[in-house]
Design a protein around this ligand. Structure first.
Ligand code: CTP
Length: 448
């Protein structure tokens, strides 16, 4: 794959050298494209030695080849790391004042941006608006990592780890490849035990199907609260065209995001793969794999009052992602896929909250069946303790209680030992009920 590596002018430019190395080691052809400011931090000889490519930041170099158009057309993928505030602003607004910005305008390849800047710059409304605009244009903007910045300060704004950037870039290339596998090609794996999961016998609504955008939550219930919701099913790449996934439709998670917004919350929705429209009036982040979801969730959770973990996270992923499409072998031997465990995101959110002493309510989901000795409630209570969350929204699944329908039936368990609350109804009704339960739990927490 031919990867244009755009490098913005920030101190994290030196880490882009490692991104370049990792991409080359994975067998990709890297075309480095530092901006003029980036060359102040890491000079052209470094990029030329690493990649064997001539380096220039100007459109007036190699004019005979119309370099920016040639590079844009030849690219299979564009990765920009670090994406500085200025570079994102220029790309978001279609500026074309150097080789990188013109190449991005001229390409139809997927574009991944890995931001790096000080927390204040990242959180500045101008930057956030530009990020939203870039995402609207179809670019993928990673969440910056949280941690030590240039000086002694720390917070969100750190460049994601080079390996994470490369993983996100390859996953983006895999899911946007022209022959990308559709859901029918996907094997099913891991956790389909959230209420988003739909059984194979139930046809999920196609993407783009009309959705009701009104849930009916009481507008003051979560006024001013910052609520993070995850929704949908993760996909774990096997090779550039195949993935392991689950049948989550994302409908319950999206209904929860709408219900929280109607209750007055400032909502951030992190959506993995969903089969419903994403709602307006909130910040949305798209992710694909469990590890992308983990990174985006932990970063966003650091600034949230409530975290609702409704996503169906694959418990396992293939331990290697094939660089090329897996072929049938001549000698008739079949491939063996080794799976490794994915991180438990819900537990990581709880651990982060406890480590940082955050005043945060964490809500998990579980779909369970009972067995000869244990009821669904027994399993639910055990999971509530194991995950360490404050509330657990529990579905009973089984032959007569098919989950994934438009009707849902849940019991909400509380770690405080408060009375169990149950409801049955449409996903919007269940979402409203859960939001009311969250508001009640929050007010009890504030009073206690
Ligand atoms: N979850 C998560 N990370 C995972 C798996 C699950 O954050 N790797 C979250 C889900 O979003 C959900 C909750 O954990 O809110 C419970 O999901 P479930 O699949 O029931 O949890 P598991 O730990 O996989 O439980 P089990 O062993 O019963 O499959």
């Amino acid at each position: 794959m031919r990867v244009v590596l755009g490098v913005g002018g920030g101190i994290a430019a030196y880490k882009a050298a490692l991104v370049s190395r990792l991409l080359s080691e994975a067998g990709h052809h890297v075309v480095p494209m530092p901006t003029r400011a980036a060359l102040e931090f890491v000079g052209a000889p470094t990029w030329e030695a690493l990649t064997g490519e001539h380096v220039s930041e100007s459109v007036f170099d190699r004019v005979d080849t119309v370099n920016h158009v040639a590079q844009g057309q030849a690219a299979d993928l564009v990765v920009i790391a670090p994406a500085t505030a200025d570079l994102m602003a220029r790309i978001a607004h279609g500026h074309a004042d150097d080789l990188l910005s013109t190449t991005v305008l001229a390409t139809s390849a997927p574009v991944l941006l890995a931001p790096a800047m000080h927390t204040e710059m990242w959180l500045n409304p101008a930057t956030q608006r530009n990020v939203a605009l870039l995402r609207e244009h179809g670019h993928t903007v990673m969440e910056p990592a949280t941690g030590r910045l240039t000086g002694t300060d720390s917070g969100p704004g750190r460049l994601p780890e080079p390996q994470d950037i490369v993983d996100a870039a390859l996953a983006l290339a895999a899911r946007t490849a022209p022959s990308s596998a559709g859901p029918s090609d996907a094997a099913s794996t891991g956790s389909a035990s959230t209420p988003d999961a739909a059984p194979s016998t139930v046809a999920a609504a196609p993407a783009g199907a009309p959705t009701t955008d009104h849930v009916g939550s009481d507008p003051g219930l979560l006024a001013g609260r910052r609520v993070l919701v995850t929704a949908g099913g993760t996909r774990e790449a096997l090779d550039p065209v195949r993935f392991l996934g689950n049948r989550s439709s994302g409908k319950q998670g999206v209904a929860l995001a709408r219900a929280a917004r109607e209750a007055g919350a400032d909502v951030h929705l992190i959506a993995a793969h969903v089969e419903t429209d994403l709602p307006h009036g909130m910040r949305t982040t798209r992710v694909s794999s469990a590890r992308e979801l983990e990174q985006a969730t932990l970063t966003a959770a650091a600034g949230s009052d409530v975290v609702i973990m409704a996503a169906a996270v694959a418990d396992f992923r293939p331990d290697t992602v094939g660089e090329h499409k897996m072929k049938k072998s001549e000698d008739g031997t079949d491939p063996v896929i080794r799976l490794v465990r994915n991180p438990d995101i819900l537990r990581a959110v709880v651990a982060q909250r406890d480590e940082r002493g955050l005043d945060q309510l964490v809500v998990g989901f579980a779909a369970e069946t009972g067995d000869a000795e244990h009821s669904v409630l027994d399993f639910g209570r055990a999971k509530l303790v194991r995950k360490g969350c404050d509330l657990l929204v529990l579905n009973e699944v089984g032959t007569d209680k098919v989950f994934g329908r438009d009707e849902n039936e849940v019991v909400v368990l509380s770690a405080r030992g408060a009375e169990e609350a149950s409801t049955r109804g449409s996903k919007d009704e269940v979402a409203r009920f859960v939001v009311e339960r969250i508001a009640r739990e929050e007010s009890v927490g504030a009073a206690g």
